[in-house]
Structures are given as structure tokens and as C-alpha cells.
Design a protein around this ligand. Sequence first.
Ligand code: ADP
Length: 254
Amino acid sequence: MAKKNFVYDRLSRRIASEERSKAQREAERMRQEFTANVSHELKTPLQSISGYAELLKGGMVKEEDVQQFAERIYSESQRMITLVNDILELSHLDEGMEDMVREDVNLYKVAVSAVSSLEDEAETADVSLELTGQDSVINGYGQLLSLIVYNLCENGIKYNNPNGSVKVDVSDFKDRAVLTVNDNGIGIPLDQQERVFERFYRVDKSHSKEVGGTGLGLSIVKHAAAIHNGDIHLVSVPKYGTTITITFPKKKDK
Ligand code: ADP
């Protein structure tokens, strides 16, 4: 009997160690892929900036086109800043938010401020943005929860049509808080609904670029929701719109 236990112990230790090294290899592969993607994503706008600046420097741009070139340089550099901010946010999440403390956060109040900071963007896109719901307090990181609501609402605006709408709701239940962001925009094809949460994945790269996307917004949402043990549910129909629901448990422990 003792021998049997000994063999069983060794076997399970070996399996556990093989699984650990498999997970390490997978994490390493993902890190390498991420670094390659980051380099590529940063290189593209940098090359444009350098190209436009070179033309300006060499006096190759007509006087009347100078303004337009300056605008391109500005928008490409803005794009790089957004990208670097998103990357920093992700690495902060990867590090486990050790520098921050969990506290009681009212998700509804977080939504009020995220929605109000997106009002101009919604107006420019001719999309209505409205918030309903009630106070609902969960234990977590205010800054991250705010990023979740902001990114989801911003996507609802960016991937919408003129005259479209984005509806945000926070509902309170005894044991959970539920955030729902619904839009009647362009929707996501069924076969890509899983993939949109991957880092740098975009359904339509040129549309995402046009509207100032980095391909990192939903991966930040996924990561930040996981830190709060939140459960994400996505329903989307192309041409009809998208609804993303995140259910956050209220209890403090894991
Ligand atoms: P991005 O910065 O490109 O917006 P995200 O990670 O936020 O990156 O989203 C990934 C991709 O998922 C987007 O490029 C877009 O194609 C698609 N997507 C995200 N949200 C929506 C939405 N509400 N409606 C339609 N498509 C969306």
C-alpha cells in the first residue's frame, strides 16, 4: 500500500511539474508574440512620422500642403501615445496591481464619470450615450473599473453608425453588480467574437485605425474583469449591434 502511494505521489509530482513547465513555455511564447506585435505596431506610425518629417525637412512639400503634413505627424504621434498608454496599462495589470489597494467602489458612480468623459466623443460621432441603473458597490480597484466602463462605451461609439445609440446600465443585486453596455452599431461576426479579447486583435484593422483603436481595449477589459472575478458575456449580431455584460461578485474573497 505504501509503495503504491509512493509511486502515485511521484507520478502526480511529475505531472504537476510537466504542467508547470508547459504553462511557463506558453507564457514565454505569449510574451515573445506580444513583444513582436508591440514593435510592429509602434514601428508603423513612427515610420510615417519619419517619412513626413523627411519630406518637410527636404523642402519637398508645397507651402499649401505643409499644414496637412503637420496634421498627419500630429495624429500619428497621438496614436503612438495612446498605444504606449495601453501597453503600460496592460503591463501594470500583468504585474498584478501590487501598488494599489482594493476598496469599496460604487460601479454606478464610476459609470457616471466614464459616460460624462465620453460625451464629446459621442456627440462628434452622432451617437447618443445614455446611462441607467442604480448604486452598486463592489470591492475592487476604482481605476480599473473605470477603464472597463470607458473602453466598452468607447467601443460602442467607435463601432457605430451616425444616429446610433449606446446604452449603459448598472444593476444591483444582493450578491453581484451587473454592468451592461449595449450598442446598435456594426456588430462582430460570430467566428471572431472570442478573438476580439486577444491582444491586438481587430476585426477590421483599417476601421480600428481610422477610429483611433489600438486593438488592446478589450484585452484590458478582459484582464481587469478577471482581477475582479468578473464574468464577461458577449452577444453580437453584425449590422444590429453588440451587448457586453459583466457580472461582478460582491464578496471580497476569491
Ligand atoms: P480597438 O482599439 O481596435 O477598438 P479593442 O480590443 O477594443 O480594440 O476591440 C477589438 C476589436 O473588436 C475592434 O477592433 C473591433 O473590430 C471589435 N469591436 C470591439 N467592440 C466592438 C463593438 N462594440 N462593436 C463592433 N465591433 C467591436
